[in-house]
Design a protein around this ligand. Structure first.
Ligand SMILES: Cc1ncc(C[n+]2csc(CCOP(=O)(O)OP(=O)(O)O)c2C)c(N)n1
Ligand SMILES: [Mg+2]
Length: 592
């Protein structure tokens, strides 16, 4: 069997239904081998970066395991940004590269910059953003390396892996059954230790008055939200969601206490900052969530943090967060241990705390402090996004891009049952939302996918409109156009005396006709220029079974509000409340 045929067979065995590819001299064998099979297809992306990001969207499906393939040199170098998205968001996937033939793969040996045409040290370049990265120069190593890489991608905290295969190795003949395979060591489960931690957690819950659960991206990746919500319901504990888990509990669920952090509403920030017990599941408490300094985050709460990655637990101390009970465990193992103790759950009454949270949510709905000029006739992005959230259906996949548009979206969105809400949470790369929606559309045939973009980010992978049109994918591509980088302008207002360099059309940015471009790619288009067209226009977008591009004009002066200003703890979001009102909302002592 040809090595490339074997590689294609392994991908198919792993359930990779589509490989996102850009063709090239060093991957022609791999792509040809994929083409021969019925159980895996290739999809031609317009850019390797988009191919890699499509894999992020592919992995949004439960147990989704995607693949992108790129050729030697520039092809693989273009993958790096997308690989970083998967690495920082802990999504399992495999990237394959074609390296120059072994006879010319010598730069590292000879100490020159390059020997083979387009030779680059791909595995070294990919290694910092992959869990495993290697080059196969010997046909007899292919089985071992593939099995090892796939195991590593999925084990523990998941992530992407990269295998570079020399061009000549791809066309050699092997007998896979005769080759050495990879045998992982059985994981050690410390049952007694985990049981002890569960007991301590239950004692802390019993002693608490204002507990919250915090669900992070690890909960969504592992598919553990149902189990955690069941425990929350038994215990009566409100659940807070990081952006990575915002779709884990429907917005209407009585225990959904919303999000928190720099760009979340006031209600969630009052909740977490006044909690006296915080239990984090698969959440790593990023700077966007904790604010700066992190030592002021949830400062009145005892903290239990369950994470599969010990380095994340160790990190907490370094950033000033004291975890009273750090637990290094797979979430599934911990939750199983919790379920063994379900009959011993304490029955503390937290109804007064839940009522207080409901009151905050009634008084401080997100978006109420819109900074758009109240006299402006231009459309507020909050109005536009609330309308999009209204029409998006249960089970839809929704991808947000970057910038203010992303914050507005996460502030406004009301997740419905079965919806997936995703972005490149931690790499936050411009041009994410379109290729990711393509990945999701292919991984989930029949699902409606939404790609929600600002004008700036969208330009970075606009060529993928051609992929949507070519495959007639059910992707609804939306651009909220404020003719510039709104989020950067907000910073420039705060720190640069409103000098909008490189963030507006007046100072260097291009301002293009998106409708014409979308039409050029063969998309059906729709333009919404005023709020009175919003409802009917979006109803048309929602009802469209195939691809559609929708351009929405929004107020260029709209800003993210509320938002935490520099140097303030997250409960004190701008625009600042009158001090009396602020203090009346604080149970924990305010920071001086
Ligand atoms: C690849 C990349 N380059 C630069 C940035 C920095 N950046 C973050 S948001 C943003 C502007 C986004 O503008 P737009 O998509 O129009 O969103 P808006 O803030 O206007 O809603 C920039 C330049 C980034 N996140 N990613
Ligand atoms: Mg913009």
């Amino acid at each position: 069997m040809k090595v490339s045929d074997y590689v294609a067979s392994v991908l198919a065995r792993e359930g990779v239904g589509h490989a996102f590819v850009v063709q090239g001299g060093a991957v022609a064998h791999l792509i040809d081998s994929i083409a021969k099979r019925d159980d895996i297809d290739y999809v031609c992306s317009g850019h390797e970066q988009a191919a890699a990001i499509a894999v992020h969207g592919y992995a949004a499906k439960k147990n989704g395991f995607g693949c992108a393939i790129a050729t030697t040199g520039p092809g693989i170098i273009n993958l790096i940004n997308g690989a970083a998205c998967l690495y920082y968001d802990s999504l399992p996937s495999i990237f394959l590269g074609g390296q120059v033939a072994t006879a010319r793969y010598k730069a590292h040996e000879l100490g020159v910059r390059q020997l083979g045409f387009q030779e680059s040290p791909h595995a070294d370049m990919m290694r910092p953003v992959c869990k495993y990265s290697t080059t196969v120069t010997d046909k007899n190593r292919i089985r071992f390396e593939l099995e090892k890489a796939i195991y590593i991608a999925k084990a523990g905290r998941p992530g992407p892996v990269f295998i570079d295969i020399c061009d000549d190795v791809q066309r050699e003949i092997i007998d896979p059954d005769a080759l050495e395979g990879f045998k992982p060591e059985a994981p050690v489960v410390k049952t007694a230790e985990i049981d002890g931690s569960v007991q301590k957690l239950l004692d802390m819950v019993q002693a608490a008055k204002r507990p919250v659960f915090v669900l992070g991206g690890g909960v969504r990746t592992g598919g553990y939200s149902e189990a955690i919500v069941k425990f929350a319901e038994r215990l009566g504990i409100p659940c807070m969601l990081t952006w990575g888990a915002l779709d884990c509990i429907p917005a209407t669920h009585p225990l959904n206490a919303g999000g928190f952090g720099l760009h979340s509403g006031r209600a969630g920030n009052f909740t977490i900052q006044n909690a006296d017990l915080l239990v984090g599941f698969g959440a790593r408490f990023t700077q966007h969530q904790t604010g700066t300094p992190a030592s002021q985050f949830a400062r009145g709460a005892r903290k239990v943090v369950i994470d599969v990655d010990q380095t994340e637990l160790d990190k907490l101390k370094a950033i000033g967060i004291v975890a009273d009970l750090p637990v290094c465990s797979e979430l599934g193992v911990f939750l199983t241990a919790m379920s063994r103790r379900e009959n011993d759950f304490p029955s503390t009454d937290f109804s007064a705390w839940r009522e207080r949270i409901a009151d905050w949510n009634r008084r401080y709905p997100p978006g109420q402090d819109l900074s758009s000029d109240k006299t402006s006739t231009r459309m507020s992005p909050y109005t536009a996004l609330a309308a999009i959230s209204d029409v998006a259906g249960e089970g839809d996949y929704i991808f947000g891009d970057v910038g203010a548009t992303l914050s507005w979206m996460y502030q406004t969105w009301k997740a419905k049952r079965g919806q997936s809400l995703l972005t490149s949470f931690n790499n936050h790369t411009m041009g994410y939302a379109l290729p990711a929606a393509i990945g999701a559309a292919l991984a989930n045939p029949g699902a409606q996918c939404w790609s929600i973009n600002g004008d700036g980010g969208f330009l970075m992978n606009i060529q993928e409109l051609g992929v949507v049109a070519l495959h007639k994918l059910p992707v609804k591509v939306i651009v909220l156009n404020n003719h510039g980088y709104g989020v950067i302008q907000q910073t420039q207002e705060d720190y640069f005396d409103s000098r909008f360099h490189a963030s507006t059309a007046a100072l260097g940015l291009m301002d293009v006709d998106f409708i014409k471009i979308a039409e050029g790619f063969g998309m059906k288009t729709l333009r919404i220029d005023s709020a009175d067209r919003l409802k009917s226009g979006l109803a048309q977008v929602a009802a469209e079974p195939g691809p559609i591009f929708c351009h929405i004009e929004i107020d260029p002066k709209a800003r993210i509000r509320p938002a935490v200003g520099g140097g303030r703890p997250i409960e004190d979001t701008a625009p600042l409340l009158p001090r009396d009102e602020f203090r009346a909302n604080m149970i924990v002592e305010p920071v001086k």
